[in-house]
Design a binder for this molecule. Structure first.
Ligand code: SF4
Length: 63
């Protein structure tokens, strides 16, 4: 699974709180970034949850 954060991110940091192992916040660009090219399997469920909870629909998942 791959995940990306688009420019629609509004910076509420929900994904960062939910799964800081995967999502980090870029203070310069004011949006979240994904730390992995391929998401480790143990974080996949949390990444899916983050995408569902993201009010900006800014987390795109590619299976
Ligand atoms: S939950 Fe969505 S809008 Fe909020 S910081 Fe993460 S990607 Fe951005």
């Amino acid at each position: 699974m791959k995940a990306t954060v688009t420019s629609q991110c509004m910076g509420d940091r929900n994904c960062n709180k939910l799964c800081p192992e995967v999502f980090e916040y870029d203070e310069d660009e004011l949006l979240s970034k994904v730390k992995f090219d391929v998401i480790p399997e143990k974080y996949e469920a949390l990444v899916r949850q983050a995408a569902e909870e993201c009010d900006a629909n800014a987390i795109e998942i590619e299976e």
